[in-house]
Design a protein around this ligand. Sequence first.
Ligand SMILES: C[S@@+](CC[C@H](N)C(=O)[O-])C[C@H]1O[C@@H](n2cnc3c(N)ncnc32)[C@H](O)[C@@H]1O
Length: 189
Amino acid sequence: MSFKYFINAVEVAKKIMNYHVQKGSKVLDCTVGNGNDTLLLAKLVGKSGKVYGFDIQSIALNITMEKLRKKGLNDRVVLVNDGHEKVDDYINEKLNFVIYNLGYIPRGNKKIKTRADITLESIKKSLMLLKNNGLLLVTCYTGHEGGFEEWNTVKHFFQSLNQKEYNILEFNFINQKNNPPILYCVEKI
Ligand SMILES: C[S@@+](CC[C@H](N)C(=O)[O-])C[C@H]1O[C@@H](n2cnc3c(N)ncnc32)[C@H](O)[C@@H]1O
């Protein structure tokens, strides 16, 4: 017997994506990495939708583009090899959905990771790009160097937002050992 609904933060994020992202949606993956979220989003938005994906590692984007091509999903995806703190330089339309999976690529170069100050700058810009009733998801990891500080920065920022403008949920597996990732789900009103 295994768990079905709440396996980990990443799986909860996928469930929310499947529920919220529609054909024709305009969405943004701020941390493409191995492309798992980008691929799912490309499938969900369909031919009429659009996925923007950012990563500072060109190799991650090349691998992801290859995966997208193999599945015939590359036509609706724009991959940008630049920092997600510059989303507003590249995106001129409102978005239905934004996702961040912070930290480093599992089994990749652990030195190339998201940073608290940059993540905060980026989240602020992404919230400006989000449509009313759009969702923004952030998965935070606290176990690596800089991860705890990054999580604290993200959490404190979300706590400071006006509840008349944003609803923010924290998904935290409170009975798990070894620093399980924590997911934030933000709805803009
Ligand atoms: C945990 S991984 C993402 C995993 C990914 N969601 C997947 O499905 O494989 C975090 C990614 O963030 C990227 N990253 C770090 N800083 C960044 C920045 N300023 N802008 C964009 N991407 C960044 C890293 O290169 C890494 O690929």
